[in-house]
Unconditional design. Sequence first.
Lengths: 206, 206
Amino acid sequence: MNKVPIPTLERLATYLTALIELNCRKIDTVSSSDIEQATGINAAQFRKDLSYFGEFGRPGIGYDVEELKARLARILKVEQAQRVLLVGAGNLGSALIGFPVLKAQNFHIVAVFDNNYNKIGRKLWDLEIRDIAELAEVNTELQAQIGIIAVPATAAQQVACKLVEAGVKAILNFAPAILRLPEDVVVRNVDFGQELAVLAFHLTES
Amino acid sequence: MNKVPIPTLERLATYLTALIELNCRKIDTVSSSDIEQATGINAAQFRKDLSYFGEFGRPGIGYDVEELKARLARILKVEQAQRVLLVGAGNLGSALIGFPVLKAQNFHIVAVFDNNYNKIGRKLWDLEIRDIAELAEVNTELQAQIGIIAVPATAAQQVACKLVEAGVKAILNFAPAILRLPEDVVVRNVDFGQELAVLAFHLTES
DNA sequence: TGATGTTTGTGCCCAATTTCACAACAGTAA
DNA sequence: TTACTGTTGTGAAATTGGGCACAAACATCA
Ligand SMILES: NC(=O)c1ccc[n+]([C@@H]2O[C@H](COP(=O)([O-])OP(=O)(O)OC[C@H]3O[C@@H](n4cnc5c(N)ncnc54)[C@H](O)[C@@H]3O)[C@@H](O)[C@H]2O)c1
Ligand SMILES: NC(=O)c1ccc[n+]([C@@H]2O[C@H](COP(=O)([O-])OP(=O)(O)OC[C@H]3O[C@@H](n4cnc5c(N)ncnc54)[C@H](O)[C@@H]3O)[C@@H](O)[C@H]2O)c1
């Protein structure tokens, strides 16, 4: 169970989203082909992905939606609310805080930090923007393990270090910068420019 | 040159970003290991990626930054400005419009659409929010080939169809929905919840 | 009970991608 | 010229990931 491919993890999240949806629609059993229908991911792929974590379904029947949902949530560590720190109360940071889907998936942004004294103390939705200098201190109490970086690229490395000092073990980085951090900290980068570039490649000459 | 792996394309965008940066710093020649240094991507990987598109460097010397930058931009179709349509003038849409990095990478958001009559006609930064009903008409003039979907998941499919009708060939979709579109339309999905889930997986029990 | 139809879990193979390793090339210096 | 250092481009090996296909498990119904 130690060697789970990253693509598998990404798909698990997709399955979970689909299951939450199905659960809302009072559907209580699904087959792997139902999942393919709902997510576009190959049914065999789905079964293989699950097989990394044991057995989940019953041959001839399928999967219990409620149970599968619970087990996937457990695997992805979101059975209980995951606390998340956000650094950077700019355009993107504001959008993230006002993004209800995150909470629905059990990721709770519990604090926002910035270094701009015009912003510190103000409210962003229902959260007060705090001084980045207080990050470590605040997190001794909150004990969040996940951090989101939404500051300019030039400040990203510095902010990442502060997050790590504060005990954060996983970082979602929106700044176009590569972060150099200890081995045991997991980083994922999101780069919109990169996404657009891949799209543009497929276009014919304009 | 017909079968370029997607991961290669993603990395090309990263190289280009790094080269723009290096160019600004007046560095005129780089080796593949300099690129590894700057991007974290293995030097051999870099050379192999380039090899899909011909020869770029000189043995013993390295690569001319200016030239490589220009050639990558050409490959990724961003030598000239790429026009982009945005649908959804909400939290995320606003953040995207106020995001200068896109323009620096030559992606120009040239029109914003919404279906909320309280928003239509208002300005978002320097762009006027237009009625989604005008999408096709507006694009007969603009001829944008790329569209961004930043509307709720429930409206995503419908908006996608409208974009395609308007001539868009590539879509960046931020809504957590799977889009069913003609074969010749390229789609990339961005899902923050998924990114966070992959991060959370690596955490120890909280 | 047995026959029939579904659906899972997974061994196995193939395709895609990454990494290695080295010949070929370019410069430099004696 | 020769020797030496540095660096590319690329076949070939290694690794990784995806999907088929089938035995085994379960339900249903006569
Ligand atoms: N706006 C977008 O749609 C978008 C999209 C993708 C990526 N990004 C990236 O996300 C990051 C933020 O983008 P944005 O548009 O929100 O920028 P922004 O300028 O609106 O906000 C950045 C915020 O970070 C704060 N900040 C700067 N340095 C800081 C530091 N050292 N410590 C704490 N806070 C600091 C600023 O005060 C500001 O509030 C950038 O790196 C950008 O490239 C933005
Ligand atoms: N806010 C975020 O940080 C964030 C992050 C990732 C993904 N997303 C996704 O992006 C999408 C937009 O998020 P948001 O936070 O900006 O939401 P939002 O509610 O702030 O904005 C959505 C906008 O879309 C418009 N709209 C709705 N239906 C439409 C239609 N049929 N045609 C045209 N316009 C329509 C609405 O009027 C509104 O202005 C959602 O799918 C969300 O899940 C948001």
